[in-house]
Design a protein around this ligand. Structure first.
Ligand code: SF4
Ligand code: SF4
Length: 204
């Protein structure tokens, strides 16, 4: 991404679309969007987004920079790639969302710790690095309570029925967390993953 980001002080910036075309991965395809809505209609998480991808792209073109960068759309995307494989104009929707999300973080419109997906990713990483696998109970609890005590209790109570169903059908166990064997090898793999990530982000 080019270091020269658009002027985020302004609510509207008619150069925003051009900046996205030129600086966001896959952004050059955004001009091909014909607003058909297949991406939004295919998105399994669309009802959890401030705006679906179709509308967000329309807003980019309209120069609604601030509203775009404040949206949760980019951070709620679960990278299922439905939109990418179904777009009739081969717009790499998910990649463009990713680029917009990075811009929102760089410009301070979103904070990693407040982004739901980031907190879930932290809980997931914690479980995998500690046990070598995802323990549904611990990941869920860690994720829920990362939003604060009252929010954790509220979310936990709200999903109690699902949890009880999972226990009943043996989809979730109540004993000690299971650990994978060969923890040393796992830690070496994860350390390598961190090294690659840091290198890709210019921190290594
Ligand atoms: S599916 Fe493709 S062409 Fe249709 S609205 Fe989404 S990005 Fe645009
Ligand atoms: S990749 Fe993201 S935006 Fe695209 S359909 Fe999946 S969740 Fe929705």
């Amino acid at each position: 991404m080019n270091a020269l980001s658009p002027d985020t002080k302004k609510k509207y910036d008619l150069n925003f679309a051009r900046w996205v075309y030129e600086n966001v991965d896959g952004g050059d395809r955004l001009s091909m969007c014909m607003q058909c809505g297949v991406c939004s209609g295919s998105c399994p998480i669309g009802d959890q987004m401030d705006y679906g991808p179709r509308k967000l792209f329309m807003m980019v073109r309209a120069g609604m920079k601030e509203a775009v960068l404040k949206a949760n759309t980019m951070f709620n995307c679960v990278s299922c790639y439905n939109c990418v494989v179904r777009c009739p104009r081969s717009v790499p929707v998910k990649y463009i969302l990713h680029g917009l999300g990075r811009l929102a973080l760089q410009e301070g419109y979103a904070k990693p710790k407040e982004v739901d997906n980031s907190r879930f990713a932290d809980a997931f990483w914690w479980s995998v690095s500690k046990y070598g696998k995802t323990d549904e109970r611990l990941v869920t609890a860690k994720y829920y309570f990362s939003a604060g005590l009252s929010e954790g209790i509220k979310r936990g109570m709200g999903n109690m029925k699902i949890a009880m169903g999972m226990i009943k059908t043996k989809r979730m166990h109540l004993g000690m967390p299971h650990k994978t064997k060969k923890q040393g090898e796992l830690k070496a793999i994860l350390a390598k993953a961190v090294e690659i990530q840091n290198r890709n982000h210019g921190e290594g």
